[in-house]
Ligand binder design. Structure first.
Ligand code: DAH
Length: 339
């Protein structure tokens, strides 16, 4: 038995010495000290040892176990140390290497302009509302006082999904959707993509963006419209900006107007930028038509309101003095990163 113990000990110590990986070391531990290990088996066969020799033999087994465990622990520490050193050597970082340039993205001029308009109106207490780009003819036209045979429908020819569903030609349908919900008063803007079957040129695109505005409350007058939009123009183009309202026609407002701003390039004297007139056309607006109120379930004898629609690209082009709308859609980073 003693010989057996001696040979187990030698065997174990030599296997521990040879172990090069932690996994292997663990295997050695299990094969000698585990439940079915050799040393454990030896302990189980103690009954073969004469009773008077048992205490001494037991002590010997324990000592051997102790020696094997110590050897295992020491080797484990050594292997862990080498593993750590290897990792440190492999993962060394040379902080003196030149850094890789990180090409961070850039906001599109349209996005910058939209966020600017949103900032201005949110500051005046407006809510930002979204509406669907694929819209019912009902909201895009009918509820905005543009019936099937109305000539305004020709001007806004668009892409039809079927006879009742279109790609919206304007953000104005969001007005009808918000009014229908019946929560009054309303103070909202709604930016978004719109579509028309237009040929691409320097000022047209089959897909562009508008920002709609709508205010509905008791006692809203044309003076509120003028004051609000004049303030908006000053915030957007500078404190010196003057505004002018020209009579116009939109089916869903009465009266309707177009607003011009004094040219922020020449201050109104007339230059190439404003084509000599001193004024730049900027948006359409008007007092919400009583018939539109009725179709959206609001009593026009109690409530009044104003609405407006701004072309987002128009603002981006003016603000950044870009002379061709197509540049906005070409996604040429050299162009986009100037703004
Ligand atoms: N939707 C109009 C267009 O695309 C712009 C517009 C004009 C919107 C007057 C309005 C408005 O809300 O009151 O030409």
């Amino acid at each position: 038995m003693k010989d057996k113990l001696q040979s187990i000990k030698e065997d174990a110590l030599s296997q521990i010495k040879d172990a090069e990986m932690l996994d292997r070391l663990n295997e050695v531990r299990v094969s000698f000290l585990g439940k079915k290990g050799e040393l454990t088996a030896l302990l189980k066969s103690m009954k073969e040892v004469p009773p008077e020799e048992r205490p001494a033999f037991g002590q010997l087994v324990n000592e051997t176990r102790q020696q094997i465990e110590t050897a295992l622990d020491e080797t484990k520490k050594k292997l862990e140390q080498t593993a750590m050193e290897r990792r440190l050597a492999e993962e060394v970082i040379d902080v003196t290497l030149p850094a890789k340039r990180n090409h961070v993205g850039h906001r599109h001029p349209n996005t910058i302009a939209r966020e600017e308009v949103e900032r201005i109106f949110v500051g005046m207490g407006y809510e930002v509302v979204e509406g669907p780009e694929i819209e019912y003819d009902l909201y895009n036209f009918e509820k905005l006082n543009i019936p099937a045979d109305h000539p305004a429908k020709d001007e806004q020819d668009t892409f039809y999904i079927n006879k009742d569903i279109v790609l919206r030609t304007q953000t104005s349908p969001v007005q009808a959707r918000v009014m229908e919900q019946g929560k009054l008063p309303i103070r909202m803007i709604s930016p978004g993509r719109v579509f028309r079957s237009d040929e691409v040129d320097a000022t047209h695109s089959p897909s562009f963006h508008q920002i709609e505005g709508l205010v509905v409350d008791k006692n809203i007058t044309f003076a509120d419209l003028k004051g609000t939009l004049a303030d908006f123009a000053k915030e957007l183009f500078g404190e010196e900006t003057k505004t002018k309202f020209r009579p116009h026609h939109f089916p869903f407002t009465e009266p309707s107007a177009e607003m011009d701003v004094s040219c922020f390039k020449c201050g109104g004297k007339g230059c190439r930028f404003c084509k000599g007139s001193g004024w730049i056309e900027i948006l359409g607006c008007g007092m919400v038509h009583p018939h539109v109120f009725e179709m959206c379930g609001i009593d026009p004898d109690v409530y009044t309101g104003f609405a407006f629609g701004v072309g987002l690209e128009r603002i981006a082009l003016l603000k950044y003095e870009i002379d061709d709308m197509r540049l906005l859609y070409e996604n040429d980073v050299r162009f986009l990163k100037q703004f």
